[in-house]
Design a protein around this ligand. Structure first.
Ligand SMILES: NC(=O)c1ccc[n+]([C@@H]2O[C@H](COP(=O)([O-])OP(=O)(O)OC[C@H]3O[C@@H](n4cnc5c(N)ncnc54)[C@H](OP(=O)(O)O)[C@@H]3O)[C@@H](O)[C@H]2O)c1
Length: 378
């Protein structure tokens, strides 16, 4: 649990019953580790593919996390999803494979559940909020456009989140002309293959299918502005005017277990100093911090001044894996500018791909939803 947990705001009147979709995978396991003893959510049912259905969770899963499988889930049965049989559940946290997530999540939302998804299938839908709680909580309004009994809420790709946590404060303070990023992504980001992490030793794979386009398009939606379109005078409709700076991305897989490390170059609209950028990061906080949500980090980004930081092995679990660590802020000499004020800067950002980049991000989205969109809290 987070650094702010001691002063967490009051929770729901009764704990909220939730299901995990894709409970046996890399992200599904992380959900169970994070929801063990969560103050607001109570895991009631677990779903996975035909291969796992009918087994207990302990039989079905190849537990791959550093902490033990929480005892309370070991004997729970794993089920095959049937959207007609979800009575009593309020929330579904989805860690479904990309090939099945789009359709199954829509069926579960149509059945009336609040679906908090990690999959890419619905992120860019015009009526689906893509949320990083410190950055764009107001985008929840998009969900009012969904013609469903429930809703689908998404969190970004596991590399996008580290990038956007670093970009949000500096984009809002100084404007951005362009961003270029090279990722070094962890093995757990590829999910489990036959119950095991991808094997890679002494090597780098310079390609991750579908990843570069996600990094190019998701920041524009996340940092976009919520527009209220009153149209013909009927109910207000909401849409996002995407932020317009281009993002050029190169994504690579490296032999690291957890933590996506990104090397980022940014060009601002106007020249700024190093202290300007550091101040923007230091002041950055959002609703999770002011509302004292249970999974909120005390600070969403931390600047680490040592030349050798951040490193996955040392810093990935900062603030229980919910904060991004940033380092090596330095001028980029590409425009031949001199002096303390420059338009072009470079830095490194690191975040935990299955915690802040997946299950932890989804749980924080759900906490924010119940804290701001629901009357179920005390
Ligand atoms: N890994 C990350 O760092 C990360 C970060 C952000 C987002 N994501 C996204 O999160 C999702 C899960 O990723 P992952 O890495 O956890 O993948 P994973 O390890 O491959 O797990 C996929 C899960 O989906 C289940 N599944 C597959 N087909 C199914 C079906 N027809 N019905 C019900 N369940 C089914 C699998 O169950 P079985 O075990 O029974 O096959 C497993 O539980 C993906 O959409 C991924 O893109 C991943």
């Amino acid at each position: 649990m987070s650094a702010t947990q001691d002063q967490s705001r009051p929770g729901p009147k009764t704990s909220i019953p939730v299901a995990i979709l894709g409970a046996t995978g890399a992200v599904g396991q992380r959900f169970l580790a994070l929801l063990d003893e969560h103050p607001w959510f109570r895991v009631e049912r677990l779903f996975a593919s035909e291969e796992s259905a009918g087994k207990t969770y302990a039989e079905a899963v190849d537990w791959a996390l550093e902490t033990p499988l929480p005892k309370q889930f070991a004997g729970l049965g794993v089920e095959l999803l049937n959207p007609d049989d979800l009575g009593g559940l309020v929330v579904a946290f989805s860690a479904l494979s990309p090939d099945v997530a789009g359709e199954l999540e829509a069926e579960v939302a149509d059945a009336g559940l609040l679906v908090f998804s990690n999959a890419g299938s619905h992120r860019m839908d015009a009526d689906v909020p893509l949320i990083v709680p410190e950055v764009n909580a107001d985008h929840f309004a998009l969900a009012t456009r969904q013609q469903r009994s429930g809703v689908i809420i998404t969190n970004p790709n596991c590399s996008t989140v580290g990038l956007v946590l670093a970009l949000a404060p500096i984009y809002r303070a100084f404007g951005l002309r362009r961003v270029s990023v090279v990722t070094q992504q962890a093995l757990s980001g590829a999910g489990l293959i036959d119950g095991k992490l991808m094997e890679l030793e002494g090597n780098v794979i310079p390609f991750i299918r579908g990843e570069e386009v996600k990094l190019a398009i998701e920041p524009g939606k996340l940092l976009g502005e919520l527009m209220t379109n009153l149209g013909d005078g009927s109910l207000p409709e909401f849409e996002i005017e995407h932020a317009e700076f281009p993002v050029s991305a190169t994504c690579t897989r490296v032999p690291v277990t957890n933590g996506h490390l990104l090397s980022v170059q940014v060009e601002f609209d106007e020249p700024v100093t190093k202290d300007d950028v550091l101040d923007a990061w230091a002041r950055f906080q959002g609703l999770p911090q002011t509302e004292h949500l249970p999974s909120a980090p005390a600070r969403p980004v931390h600047y680490l001044a040592e030349d050798s930081a951040p490193q996955p092995a040392l810093h990935v679990n900062l603030e229980s894996g919910m904060a991004a660590s940033i380092g090596r802020l330095r001028p980029d000499g590409v425009y031949g500018e001199v002096g303390p004020k420059r338009r072009a800067w470079k830095f490194i950002t690191l975040s935990h791909n299955t915690i802040r980049g997946a299950a932890g991000g989804s749980i924080l989205n759900a906490e924010l939803w119940f804290s701001t969109q629901s009357s179920e809290l005390d």
